[in-house]
Design a protein around this ligand. Structure first.
Ligand SMILES: [Mg+2]
Length: 130
């Protein structure tokens, strides 16, 4: 299912319940963060090298919390007139410029921490992560 169809279903769900009146961009941005926190909570206190999440019960809830994050994000993008698919494509293109595979493959530094990275050559204008 593509993003447009998902967004249509999310919008219809809210419309059927008259929840749009609660869906200000501010509220939806906060909801994205709250749901992301619920997703993070499933991984909280998992030990390095152990199963993550730490229990099968928590692992079973990952899909639900990931879905909650996307539902809130789709609602936010709908209200904020953001074409999420287009935004992702544009962001990936900028990230590809900042993180050329030949320079960063297998390494997890921030783009400006690579010794040979030239921000001007890569069109970097901010310090946001990809
Ligand atoms: Mg949730």
């Amino acid at each position: 299912m593509d993003l447009e169809e998902l967004a249509r279903r999310v919008r219809a769900f809210a419309d059927e319940r008259d929840w749009g009146k609660f869906h200000s961009p501010r509220n939806l941005a906060m909801a994205v963060s709250v749901e992301a926190g619920e997703l993070l909570e499933l991984f909280l206190w998992a030990e390095d090298g152990a199963a993550q999440p730490a229990s099968p019960e928590r692992a079973a809830r990952v899909a639900d919390e990931a879905a909650d994050v996307l539902i809130c994000l789709l609602n936010l993008c709908d209200r904020a007139d953001v074409d999420l698919g287009d935004a992702v494509v544009r962001k990936l293109a900028r990230a590809a410029e900042k993180y050329p595979p030949a320079l960063v493959r297998g390494r997890a530094l921030k783009y400006d921490e690579y010794p040979t990275w030239d921000g001007a050559a890569h069109g970097a204008t901010d310090d946001s992560e990809p």
